[in-house]
Design a protein around this ligand. Structure first.
Ligand code: NCD
Length: 316
C-alpha cells in the first residue's frame, strides 16, 4: 500500500492486513522500551490544516516508535498566512525529502489532490466530511480486541448523531460492513445525509428504538464548526433525544460496548461519564490509535528488507 486515503481504497484485504499487523505493533508497545528501528531514515510530516489532539499526536508517536524522523507543520505559524498555496506548501516540503504526508484538511479530496504533487505516501487524517480511514481502523481493531472476534458477522453497530458532517461515520460504515457487521444510523432527519438509501445501512430517528438490540453503540460529536445553518432546534433538545443519558445507558445489553472518536461534548451527546459505563472502549480507542498508526506508516513506508527484520523482531 502506498497511500492510506479511504477504506474503499484499502478494501477488505488491506483492512485485514493492517488489523493483523496492528497486533505486532501492539506487542512492541507493551515492551519496556517501545521502539524499533524499522523506519530509520524515513521522514514523516504532519500537515494539519484543522485542529487535532489525538490523531496528530498518535501519528507522531507512532512515527517515533518506528524510528522515523518527524516534522510538524502548523498552519498558524506557516507561510500559508502569507498567501502560500497548498501546492507550493506540498512541493516545498517534498523538496526537503519527506517520505509520507499525514494530511488533515477541511476539504474533501485533498489527499488525492496532494498525491498529484508529490511522490511521497499520503495518509489521510481526515478530509472534510469525507473519510478518516485510520479512525475506522482504530475502531475495528478496538472492537475486535474487546469482543475477541475476527469477523463481525451478526454484530449490530449503531452510529448515533451528526452523521451528515462525520468523516468518522463514513469510514466506519464501510469498514464495519466490510467485516460483516450490520450498521444502523441514528440521527435527526436534518443530520442524516440525503443518500443513505445507497449505503449498506439501516436508518432510524429514534435511539430508544434501537438501543436494546445494539452490540456496539458509537456516539458522534455534534460538529458545530461544520454547520452553517440551524440544523437542530437547540442543544438541550438534541441531547434529550440523541444523547447517551443514564436512563438510556440502562437499556444497553450487559455485553454492549460504547465508543466515541473524541473529542466529546459532555452534556450534549454524552451525558454519562464514560468511566461510569461498564463497557466503555473510549480510552482503548485512544491507546490503540498509536499501534494502528504504526501499522499504517510501516505498511506505506517499509521496504521488503525492513518487513523481514521487523518480522524477526516480533517473532512473526
Ligand atoms: C474526529 C475527526 O476529527 O474527524 N476526531 C478524531 O479524529 N478523533 C471526530 C470529531 O472531530 O468529531
Amino acid at each position: 500500500m502506498k497511500h492510506c486515503r479511504s477504506i474503499e481504497e484499502l478494501g477488505k484485504e488491506g483492512l485485514l492486513r493492517l488489523l493483523n499487523s496492528t497486533d505486532q505493533m501492539a506487542e512492541i508497545n507493551r515492551r519496556p522500551i517501545p521502539k524499533v528501528p524499522a523506519l530509520r531514515g524515513k521522514t514523516v510530516v504532519s500537515l494539519f490544516f484543522e485542529d487535532s489532539t489525538r490523531t496528530r499526536l498518535s501519528f507522531e508517536t507512532a512515527a517515533k516508535r518506528l524510528s522515523a524522523e518527524t516534522m510538524t507543520f502548523s498552519v498558524s505559524t506557516s507561510s500559508v498566512n502569507k498567501g502560500e498555496s497548498l501546492r507550493d506548501t506540498v512541493e516545498t516540503i517534498t523538496d526537503m525529502g519527506v517520505h509520507a504526508f499525514v494530511v488533515r484538511h477541511k476539504s474533501a479530496g485533498v489527499p488525492w489532490q496532494i498525491a498529484q504533487w508529490t511522490n511521497a505516501s499520503i495518509i489521510n487524517a481526515g478530509d472534510g466530511a469525507h473519510q478518516h480511514p485510520t479512525q475506522a481502523l482504530v475502531d475495528c481493531y478496538t472492537v475486535r480486541e474487546a469482543l475477541g472476534c475476527q469477523s463481525f458477522e451478526g454484530l449490530n453497530v449503531t452510529i448515533v448523531g451528526d452523521i451528515k458532517h462525520s468523516r468518522v461515520a463514513r469510514s466506519n460504515i464501510s469498514a464495519f460492513t466490510m467485516l460483516g457487521a450490520q450498521v444502523t444510523l441514528v440521527a435527526p432527519p436534518t443530520l442524516m445525509p440525503a443518500h443513505t438509501n445507497q449505503w449498506p445501512v439501516r436508518v432510524s430517528h429514534s435511539l430508544d428504538e434501537v438501543i436494546a438490540s445494539t452490540d456496539v453503540l458509537y456516539m458522534l460529536r455534534l460538529q458545530s464548526e461544520r454547520m452553517d445553518q440551524g440544523l437542530i432546534p437547540n442543544l438541550g433538545e438534541y441531547g434529550n433525544r440523541f444523547g447517551l443519558t443514564d436512563v438510556r445507558a440502562q437499556k444497553l445489553q450487559s455485553s454492549a460496548v460504547v465508543m466515541h472518536p473524541g473529542p466529546m461534548n459532555r452534556g450534549v451527546e454524552m451525558h454519562v461519564d464514560p468511566s461510569d459505563l461498564p463497557h466503555s472502549l473510549i480510552h482503548k480507542q485512544v491507546a490503540n490509535g498509536v499501534s494502528v498508526r504504526m501499522a499504517v506508516l510501516f505498511d506505506a513506508l517499509a521496504r521488503d528488507a525492513e518487513v523481514n527484520s521487523l518480522k524477526e523482531e516480533v517473532g512473526a
